[in-house]
Design a protein around this ligand. Structure first.
Ligand code: NAP
Length: 284
């Protein structure tokens, strides 16, 4: 079984960004810039945000963290986003979710300009994306498409199943597979006899958020299996996915592990998106 190694692909993509960032600097006199907005004191969210900043800086991009107190009002948050939308030195904006409960993520998703939306998830961005004219594509599914491309897996004509229909993963994943000329079936929690669908598929993307939901008996021999699931409290505290990866050895053609599969590509795609948005703005 071919292991679809997200760390290897991630390294290759990050290296490919270095000359683009250099060229951008030469043309514009500054580095591509990502601003991350975070509200409140959630420790895990602050770690994620710092990791994003460090990843940007490791490639020669710049990043600022705009931290608002947990007491920030919706008007204050909206005012920050409106200012960043028109700030010429900001190429990409990311608002770290979840927000404190008194704030509306809906407002944020309406407000950030698609020309600066680093993870491509605002309503405007998704509108362009589903119309086939994306500024950038949502990070997780776009990262999966990059993994498939790296391993020369062409989905054209394939029978594919996506398990999960969230706006972050399932829906945009199904759309990207369709755009790549796969035949796509989208399954969810109300799907009856899920494995009847997954067992027919040449390629399955599992994003149900249910630890170890699927195993060998749910896939046909020779299938390609992509596991998006990420669960921190697995056996022995190890990160685990939605798929029982070990069972696939000697059965599947290829599969992505957890950890080390889709996860590393999500942040790498964020870096790629930041670079792309910066280049697009400079090209205007
Ligand atoms: P989500 O918003 O909770 O959506 C889960 C989807 O799975 C829903 O559409 C749900 O159906 C469906 N579902 C739940 N149980 C199911 C079952 N038993 N059979 C079939 N479908 C089922 O989750 P998400 O944000 O898409 O994330 C999914 C998983 O990916 C999570 O584990 C998350 O941590 C992980 N994730 C990983 C990355 C990464 O970078 N690796 C990025 C994002 C997310 P309904 O719509 O009917 O409720």
């Amino acid at each position: 079984m071919l292991v679809l190694d997200g760390k290897v692909v991630s390294k290759e993509v990050r290296e490919s960004l270095v000359p683009r960032i250099q060229a951008f600097k030469e043309k514009s006199g500054r580095a591509p810039h990502l601003t991350v907005v975070i509200v409140g004191e959630d420790k895990a969210s602050h770690v994620y945000v710092r990791n994003k900043k460090t990843a940007c800086e490791a490639l020669g991009m710049t990043s600022t963290i705009h931290a608002l107190p947990a007491s920030a009002t919706q008007d204050e948050l909206n005012e920050v986003l409106q200012r960043l939308n028109v700030d010429n030195h900001v190429d990409a904006i990311l608002v770290q979710f979840p927000l404190p409960s008194h704030l509306s993520s809906d407002e944020v998703l309406k407000l950030v300009s698609p020309a600066k939306d680093a993870d491509g998830l605002t309503y405007n961005s998704l509108g362009y994306f589903f119309a086939g004219r994306p500024f950038v594509s949502p990070c997780t599914p776009a990262g999966i498409m990059t993994i498939l491309k790296h391993y020369k897996i062409n989905v054209e004509g394939m029978r594919t199943v996506v398990v999960g229909r969230s706006n972050i993963v399932g829906k945009p994943m199904a759309h990207m597979l369709m755009e790549a000329n796969a035949t796509v079936t989208l399954c969810h929690s109300k799907t009856k006899n899920l494995s009847e669908y997954t067992r027919q598929a040449d390629l399955v993307v599992v994003a149900a958020g249910r630890p170890h939901l699927l195993g060998k008996e749910d896939f046909k021999q020779g299938a390609i299996v992509i596991d998006v699931g990420m669960h921190g409290s697995g056996q022995g505290g190890k990160l685990m996915g939605d798929v029982r990866f070990e069972e696939l050895k000697g059965w599947a053609q290829a599969a992505s592990p957890v950890p080390g599969g889709v996860g590393p590509m999500t942040i790498t795609t964020l870096l790629q998106n930041t670079c792309l948005l910066a280049e697009k703005r400079l090209g205007k």
